[in-house]
Design a protein around this ligand. Sequence first.
Ligand code: HEC
Ligand code: HEC
Ligand code: HEC
Ligand code: HEC
Ligand code: HEC
Ligand code: HEC
Ligand code: HEC
Ligand code: HEC
Length: 413
Amino acid sequence: MQFRSVFIAIVIGFALIIGAFFINRQRPNIETNQPNEAFVRASGKCAECHYRQQYSVVHEYEMSEHARKGVNCLDCHQPAEHQERVDHHGFVIARHITPGNCRACHSAIYGEFLRSRHASAAWAAIYGAKGLSAEQVADGEKYNPGYVNRPPHPFTTLEGGSAMVSGCDQCHSVGRPNDDGTIGNCTACHTRHTSSVAIARLPETCGQCHLGPDHSQLEIYTESRHGLLFNAQRGLLNLAASPRQLTTRDMFVPTCATCHMSGINGLKVTHNPGERLSYWLADAVSKKRPNYAEAQASMKQVCNQCHTMPLIDRVYSQAEKVVETTNEKVLAAQNLMNGLRQDGSLTGKPFTQPIDFLYFDYWHYDGRTAKHGAFMGGADFVQWHGNYPLLAKMVELQAMAAELRGKHGRGAH
Ligand code: HEC
Ligand code: HEC
Ligand code: HEC
Ligand code: HEC
Ligand code: HEC
Ligand code: HEC
Ligand code: HEC
Ligand code: HEC
């Protein structure tokens, strides 16, 4: 019967389509929707092998804005200037990928990044000027004078190579010098293949490095109102919004990136967080930065997208008092230490006597934490991880100083 054969044909046709769909689903999207020949050649071929061997690499890439905009595997993996070329299954790829591979398309961002302390200053904090070329030191000094041309950190020799490589380097590599002469590592915040702004906007991403007793930013954020609301409402935020269109409708609760980098409601995105910072809070005694006024105005403008000026000014004036009083406390401890060295009660190299460590913890843990807590809503860090240990450790410092003077026959004073 005619009706029957049409029915069978439809069923068979349908089964074929479903079958094809299921077979096709096993293949990476990159093989199935290929926009043009060059794209097929570069991404399709790379993906063909790597989809089977390292599925996650291709999968992460497929979800990226790069895949949507037709940026293929080879656009990043081809050797850029001064990079070592490696033959690879019919292609030539670079041995390592650096910002040199991103800057062809993102040169302004690379320039901004270079001015930031995430660039050469981060590496020099460990290895000093010795870790960089003379040209890199000269460039870095233009943007962060005194923080690039400096001696290596004493811990490089005291703790030894493996502690540096598996410890300090892992965080400070955000500003590492690369073999091709470029600086830094964009994937520290964007990851290799998602190239995601959503991931860069997560507090945990910054918290890979910004945590612990010497820079407790993640912990401070987590206990702040901002962190509370972020954790309660993260599902309602549009973390993936395009940077140029990001508004407080997408992000009505700030993360680290919102305050330090994002261009919310038409403000400018920056890859130099220093543009919005008015003090050098990481230093033992915190001075105002040369761009103090502009930086404070820029950060307050960000706060102002969600708060009114009286609240913002109150936070700043209270926090600036914490900076002032912490400076006074650290200066008192510094004077105590200098006094011991001057009268000969404390001798030898730094970090060889118990009192050296007590003094280091005094400013490096407690002093810093108090200042950071005051600006970012961490009351517990201003008090129990900040001012309380400052109080207790000053008593200990004084007792140790008296003991050292006693040993050297100078009596307590
Ligand atoms: C014929 C298969 C094949 C093709 C085509 C192919 N690769 Fe590979 N690739 C491999 C294999 C196999 C390895 C080694 C994997 C391992 O060590 O487990 C590899 C390794 C790599 C590595 C790591 C290299 C290293 O030294 O750490 C990168 C990066 C890479 N491939 C990128 C690409 C890119 C980009 C393309 C396209 C331009 C591509 N591959 C094309 C098979 C292939
Ligand atoms: C946005 C730039 C970018 C694109 C696009 C890109 N990659 Fe990569 N890929 C990287 C970076 C960065 C690394 C880390 C390389 C390094 O450490 O030297 C990497 C590493 C790899 C590795 C080694 C991974 C490992 O953990 O050992 C493979 C394999 C690879 N890519 C394959 C691909 C394939 C296949 C594609 C396309 C489907 C692709 N990549 C697209 C930037 C990119
Ligand atoms: C061949 C050019 C090209 C290269 C190379 C390239 N990108 Fe991109 N990138 C783009 C384009 C195009 C976009 C889409 C942005 C737009 O629409 O303007 C983009 C967007 C991005 C975004 C924003 C994604 C989003 O969700 O909005 C990030 C982050 C990014 N790239 C990082 C990188 C990094 C890191 C590298 C190097 C490892 C790199 N890119 C290499 C062209 C490139
Ligand atoms: C967990 C990640 C991490 C590790 C490990 C780490 N640092 Fe840092 N370091 C940071 C971060 C984040 C800052 C920024 C602190 C700030 O601005 O509040 C910093 C700041 C510094 C500073 C002060 C800024 C400057 O340029 O003067 C110095 C010095 C420093 N680190 C040296 C070291 C040394 C030396 C080691 C190893 C002995 C080390 N760091 C290990 C993340 C790390
Ligand atoms: C310290 C973390 C961090 C590092 C390192 C970093 N980025 Fe970003 N990047 C971000 C954040 C956060 C955003 C999103 C800003 C926002 O919320 O709008 C972003 C946004 C971007 C965008 C989209 C901006 C736009 O205006 O469309 C691109 C492209 C990009 N980054 C490329 C790079 C490149 C290239 C490098 C290396 C030179 C790099 N990033 C290094 C955190 C980082
Ligand atoms: C891979 C580790 C790493 C990641 C990830 C990272 N940072 Fe940093 N950051 C550092 C180091 C190291 C320094 C200190 C550099 C120095 O001055 O020596 C630093 C410094 C800073 C500073 C102080 C800059 C200045 O001018 O003093 C700010 C603010 C900052 N980071 C914010 C962020 C934000 C926001 C994110 C996430 C979007 C982030 N960082 C992600 C390692 C990291
Ligand atoms: C509500 C906005 C806001 C949020 C959210 C925020 N910060 Fe901050 N942060 C500030 C302000 C304000 C300062 C002090 C600015 C100044 O010096 O004028 C600061 C200071 C810092 C510094 C000190 C830089 C120095 O001078 O040593 C670092 C590093 C930092 N923040 C990282 C982070 C990280 C990482 C996160 C997320 C875990 C975060 N911040 C979340 C507003 C914010
Ligand atoms: C994207 C929006 C947004 C930005 C930007 C922002 N905040 Fe907030 N802030 C909030 C929200 C939401 C709350 C929670 C208010 C509540 O408890 O209902 C909050 C709470 C606070 C509180 C606690 C208020 C209280 O009385 O308990 C302070 C203080 C604060 N923010 C200061 C700042 C400062 C200073 C900045 C800039 C450095 C800033 N905020 C940037 C959204 C923001």
